[in-house]
Design a protein around this ligand. Structure first.
Ligand SMILES: Nc1nc2c(c(=O)[nH]1)N[C@H]1C(S)=C(S)[C@@H](COP(=O)(O)OP(=O)(O)OC[C@H]3O[C@@H](n4cnc5c(=O)[nH]c(N)nc54)[C@H](O)[C@@H]3O)O[C@H]1N2
Ligand SMILES: Nc1nc2c(c(=O)[nH]1)N[C@H]1C(S)=C(S)[C@@H](COP(=O)(O)OP(=O)(O)OC[C@H]3O[C@@H](n4cnc5c(=O)[nH]c(N)nc54)[C@H](O)[C@@H]3O)O[C@H]1N2
Ligand SMILES: [Mo]
Length: 757
């Protein structure tokens, strides 16, 4: 990647309002440029519609069928779709012209900008260029290498969360049939901490809230460590609805994100011309990694109020009947002192008290969170403390209340439900055995970080990826790149060329697949797939566009083809690839909650999966109760002169996919190598806004450098900084992970900043 600061970079003041007319203009422009007018019309008119396809950009739920507008998508959804429905192509001539070495020097933006992959490509040992290969030969080669492994655990099967339920189910079946649970996924870097904390405390690794809980019922919505204006823009409409019926919103974030401050709804006339709706009533500018202290402190404040006026604050009927562990947790809150809490959170005592007053005034509270919470060393403890916070007032399992982790990739939650996890429980494996008549492996597999370690150490021969961009998304870029290169064979099922395809093993395959927006026709007819959103709604998705090339195959067909090449017809691979109803019939038998799958998913809007805490206040935990926990309140210790750096998404990217070089709401234009720092922190170092600096991360095994960033004086608490993912992934040490989830700590990187060398 280029390490020089972009010449076009322009910085202005951050915005305080999100969406409105500029967003509409922006998304339409990109759509027309990439797709042309006709494709734009076909695609956007079926996006998130009942008989259309599911937006690939995020996992925010859709409105009930009768309530959807004709434009049920957001600026960033339109960008995501335009990006995959582009008319540009990366074909055999492209690969003949550009060597892998040459492509490695290009940045993430230009690599994907070249367009869609069109046919299977192979990189032979020692070769400098990818060359065409037939589908049969590609699958046979892959099967031969997998079959030759002395131990199935020398293969790793990575999944990115865009894969459909059908593809994910078939994929985990293939890995387990081969004999390994090595199924790392993007969730390991994303909401793994949420899954771990929620499973332990409420017995289900998902949120318990529905869209209506937010729009129609909640009195108080707390949004922590999430930037919905950019990453879940359709959430802003839901928040606006909630606001207009009188709900309060508290936002907790070290950056004053535009979408949280004010919102102009582009689907309402008032949103296009008016001032918009003020969303946030209370903004808590927490220090990076200060949320555990914040929630523990608010719980302490609630305890004090309960003690001052017994029976008025805690929901004793709920606590007595459904919970355990409260006494121990209370002891924990008593032992905390306010000076430590203020220091760790960066918030003043009266801010804790004001937040506690909001909570007591609200009958129903929802807490939403995303990566600002999950990607820290103490992430699991923080989420457990959020659960404590909700349980105290019975804010779970009734309308308008509950925990709501807002998922990222559009089907990341569904992929987990389908068994894409390195440590699925025995009950799942038993049912898989009974359905398919083979003995699945029981030994837990590698998650993402452990997969990288194993690859680095020569314990993996085959790396297979169903989507994603492994080397760019994972931490410690240099380590990960060489880990990939240490494999014998790397295989990527992908829509577009990315960096992971260039840091290949001894030999490599690129298998191009259909995208969500394209028609999927198999021998039994036109197929649809199914997905699950953040709120456990399962619904169908069916593309409309003609495939980008005749050679493209669906993800399902590719996996089914590989299964057939590996094992013959044993579990009916070919049949499942021809007719996805056969896969859904198996899912129905293996996974609880999918009874009458085919029928119910055909209903408009789909169906909701059971979640015990939401449906009946049942908690499938170790004790059968919702569990309070006592959490050690700590924060990352930052040595004198250092800052705590968090890595965020800009408005013009989807994870490692960079659509453009602007971050409109934060006032950045034309470049991505920027670091946002408090002005006083710059001054203390003799630096000023506009200076070019190097970022140096410090970790026990040494220092890591990311050079050439423009310093931007920005309203973030002192001691904190922010820069873009994936540019700063080089700075995240592989061994710096969250306790209890092993998620890389991408939001708390201890750094120094120095004048550029
Ligand atoms: N357009 C678009 N949509 C997307 C994505 C995308 O890249 N582009 N990515 C998808 C994916 S996979 C995901 S997981 C989601 C991600 O959605 P988000 O979690 O919203 O994404 P991030 O940009 O990582 O933003 C993290 C937010 O947390 C704040 N934050 C950082 N550290 C802390 C902290 O210590 N405490 C608190 N309270 N806040 C903190 C940051 O300032 C920022 O506002 O979005 C999904 N949707
Ligand atoms: N520093 C830092 N690192 C992070 C994060 C962070 O906040 N900070 N966030 C983490 C998070 S939350 C996540 S989820 C991960 C994301 O990690 P990944 O999911 O691995 O990465 P993506 O960038 O979403 O993957 C993009 C690629 O997916 C392929 N693709 C797109 N659509 C399809 C499709 O329909 N099918 C197939 N087969 N391929 C497709 C394209 O080739 C594209 O290049 O990154 C993590 N890494
Ligand atoms: Mo994510």
């Amino acid at each position: 990647m280029a390490e020089n600061i972009d010449e076009e970079l322009h910085v202005s003041a951050p915005k305080t309002v999100a969406v409105g007319l500029p967003a509409v203009r922006h998304s339409m422009q990109l759509a027309f440029n990439e797709m042309g007018v006709k494709r734009t019309a076909i695609t956007l008119s079926s996006l998130n519609q009942v008989k259309g396809f599911d937006c690939p950009s995020c996992a925010w739920p859709d409105q009930a069928p009768g309530e959807r507008s004709h434009a049920e998508f957001c600026e960033n959804g339109a960008k995501a779709v335009a990006w995959e429905a582009t008319r540009s192509r990366v074909d055999r001539e492209f690969f003949a012209t550009h060597s892998v070495d040459e492509l490695r020097r290009a940045d993430d933006y230009s690599l994907e900008h070249h367009g869609r992959l069109t046919e299977p490509m192979y990189l032979a040992p020692g070769a400098t260029h990818y060359t065409p290969i037939s589908w049969d030969d590609a699958l046979a080669l892959c099967a031969a290498r997998l079959r030759a492994l002395p131990d199935a655990n020398r293969a790793v099967f990575y999944t990115s969360g865009r894969a459909s339920n059908e593809a994910a189910f078939l994929y985990q079946l293939l890995a387990r049939r081969l004999g390994t649970n090595n199924l790392p996924d993007c969730s390991n870097m994303c909401h793994e901490s949420s899954g771990a904390a929620l499973s332990e405390t409420i017995g289900v690794g998902k949120g318990t809230v529905s869209l209506q809980d937010i729009t129609d019922h909640a009195d108080l919505i707390v949004i922590v460590g999430q930037n919905p204006g950019t990453n879940h823009p359709r959430m802003l409409s839901a928040l606006e609805t909630a606001k207009r019926r009188g709900a309060r919103i508290v936002a907790v974030n070290p950056l004053p994100e535009a979408g949280l401050v004010r919102f102009k709804n582009p689907q309402k006339a008032r949103g296009l011309i008016g001032r918009g709706t003020t969303l946030t009533d209370r903004y808590l500018a927490v220090r990076v990694n200060g949320d555990l202290a914040l929630f523990a402190g608010v719980n302490k404040a609630l305890l004090a109020r309960e003690e001052a006026s017994p029976g008025t604050v805690f929901d004793h009927a709920f606590l007595d009947r459904y919970c355990d562990g409260l006494d121990e947790a209370i002891q924990g809150w008593r032992d905390l002192n306010w000076t430590d809490l203020e220091l760790a959170s960066g918030l003043a005592r009266d801010e804790f008290e004001a937040f506690a007053a909001d909570v007591v005034a609200a009958e129903r509270v929802v807490v939403c969170w995303a990566m600002g919470i999950t990607q820290h060393r103490n992430a699991v403890a923080t989420i457990r403390e959020i659960v404590n916070f909700l349980l105290l007032r019975g804010n779970i399992g009734r309308p308008g209340a509950g925990p709501s982790p807002i998922r990222g990739h559009s089907n990341v939650q569904g992929d987990r439900t389908m068994g894409v996890w390195e440590k699925m429980p025995d009950e799942f494996l038993d049912r898989l055995r009974d359905e398919f008549h083979f003995e699945p492996p029981r030994r837990h597999g590698f998650d993402t970080v452990n997969a990288i370690r194993a690859m680095r150490d020569g314990r993996v021969d085959v790396f297979f990826a169903l989507g994603g961009n492994f080397v760019a998304a994972t931490p410690d870029t240099d380590v990960t790149q060489s880990a990939m290169a240490a494999c014998q064979l790397t295989v990527h099922v992908a829509t577009k060329l990315n960096r992971s395809h260039l840091w290949h093993g001894r030999e490599a395959l690129l298998l191009p697949c259909l995208s969500r927006s394209e028609r999927d026709v198999q021998p039994s007819g036109e197929q649809f797939v199914t997905v699950e959103d953040s709120m456990a709604m399962v619904h169908s998705s069916k593309g409309r566009l003609e495939p980008g090339s005749e050679e493209l195959r669906s993800e399902v067909a590719i996996i089914a083809g590989l299964g057939d090449a590996l094992f013959g017809e044993d579990v009916g691979w070919r049949e499942m690839g021809r007719d996805y109803r056969k896969i859904r019939a198996h899912i129905e038998n293996v996974i609880p909650g999918f009874e009458d799958y085919e029928e119910r998913v055909g209903e408009a809007g789909g169906f909701v999966l059971p979640r015990g805490p939401h449906d009946s206040r049942t908690f499938a935990t170790a004790t059968g109760k919702a569990r309070f926990t006592r959490n050690l309140v700590d924060t990352v210790s930052v040595p004198e002169g250092h800052l705590l750096l968090q890595s965020v998404r800009s408005h013009d990217q989807f994870n490692t996919t960079v659509y453009g070089l602007d971050d409109r709401y934060r006032g950045i234009k034309g470049g991505r190598r920027v670091v946002f720092v408090n002005e006083a922190d710059l001054a203390e170092r003799g630096l000023r806004d506009g200076d070019v600096v190097d970022l140096v991360s410090v970790w026990s095994d040494g220092e890591r450098y990311a050079r050439g960033f423009r310093a931007v004086a920005y309203p973030t608490p002192k001691g904190c900084a922010a820069a873009y993912f994936p540019e700063v992934n080089v700075l995240v040490p592989l061994d710096s992970t969250a306790i209890g989830s092993n998620t890389p700590t991408s939001k708390s990187i201890v750094i120094r900043i120095e004048p550029a060398s």
